[in-house]
Write a protein that binds this ligand. Structure first.
Ligand code: ADP
Ligand code: MG
Length: 335
């Protein structure tokens, strides 16, 4: 059967999710592509490619084409999207060859970047393509009443960026984006271990340390974890035990910068909407919302209620898909 499908794509810097109106989340893969630099061929996409990071022979290079929150490599992004759409099409057993696609872009992305995203999807054969702003998608996916004239505050902490958006009446009233997210925390952990222990660890190891014993505030019950890396003096593998306090000290500054971005956005909130924020608080989405203690730490710093979205990792994708029926309204609000 040849039915057209409506799908939403969350083109995240760490994870790409595809949501179908009829089936919900149909794909959730890391945004990683492994390329053979000799043949320029794509060898792997998604989880399989992420698994290769830090482990491949020289000719195979895993790339995260969206790492900095924008399309750094157009060709690779287009190939990745095509492959992922193909997988979805197979899995769903119906044609998504000419889908209506809604995709979200970070606030602050340029017209050129949006064009690049548009073209990458168009090259797959999508019939209608709409681009909406990420905070709006995150808010819809968190079940916030975005089309009402009240302030909905979203803080989306992804891999490459943290985005803060105040949404009212279907549009973004005020927003801020900093290029600090989970990746930056991982980098800080790599640097800390290198400086303190003279040991090089990989970014995947750093990420798992962050997820297991990373905390957003100092006053927590200390935990420890064994990690393996390469001793930079002897060149040999070495295992060390690292504590959650050490990890906290490594990521603290980056967390402060996310906090500053939230503060700065709240300060620009129109006074008529400020009261809503005190009443309703802010909603956290993105993988960064899952850092231990994030919610309580932010609540104590900014003094408004903080909630975590029901599905922080899926909120943007769900919201993008659900935005289809609101799109004309949203476009009116954007004008
Ligand atoms: P993006 O939208 O940029 O693709 P996501 O919202 O998918 O990003 O979030 C990915 C980021 O969230 C990664 O940096 C990942 O390490 C981080 N993350 C995921 N789960 C956790 C967790 N439990 N604790 C801390 N960070 C997490
Ligand atoms: Mg995201």
């Amino acid at each position: 059967m040849f039915s057209t499908e409506e799908i939403g794509i969350d083109l995240g810097t760490a994870n790409i999710l595809i949501y179908s109106k009829s089936k919900g989340i149909v794909l959730n893969e890391p945004g990683v592509v492994a390329i053979d630099i000799n043949t320029k061929k794509v060898v792997a996409v998604g989880a399989e490619a992420k698994e290769m990071i830090g482990k491949t022979p020289r000719n195979i290079v895993p790339i995260r084409p969206l790492k900095e929150g924008v399309i750094a490599d157009y060709d690779v992004t287009a190939q990745m999207l095509k492959e992922l759409l193909k997988r979805v099409s197979k899995k769903m057993g119906l044609s998504v060859r000419k889908p209506t696609v809604i995709v979200c872009t970070p606030t602050g992305s340029t017209a050129v970047e949006r064009r690049a995203i548009h073209n990458a999807i168009a090259s797959y054969g999508a019939k209608n393509i709409h681009i909406i702003e990420e905070p709006v998608a995150a808010a819809i996916g968190s079940d916030l009443p975005v089309d009402e004239p009240i302030a909905n505050v979203i803080v989306d902490i992804g891999g490459g960026t943290a985005e803060v958006g105040i949404i009212s009446f279907g549009g973004v009233v005020s927003s801020n984006s900093v290029r600090i997210g989970g990746d930056k925390l991982d980098e800080e952990i790599v640097q800390y271990v290198r400086k303190t222990y003279n040991i090089m660890i990989g970014e995947r190891t750093a990420e798992s340390v962050k997820m297991e014993i990373g905390y957003a505030y100092e006053d927590h019950e200390e935990q420890e974890m064994d990690i393996r890396g390469r001793d930079m003096v002897t060149g040999l593998p070495k295992t060390i035990t690292i504590s959650s306090q050490e990890i906290y000290s490594a990521i603290k500054e980056s967390l402060e910068r996310i906090l500053e971005a939230i503060r700065a956005t709240l300060e620009t909130c129109p006074p008529e909407l400020s009261g809503d924020i005190v009443d309703h608080g802010i909603v956290l989405t993105g993988g960064g919302a899952l850092l231990k203690g994030m919610k309580d730490w932010l609540a104590s710093e900014i003094d408004v209620p903080v909630h975590i979205a029901p599905n922080p990792l899926e909120a943007v994708a769900i919201g993008t898909g659900k935005a289809i029926k609101m799109i004309s309204k949203l476009q009116k609000a954007a004008k």
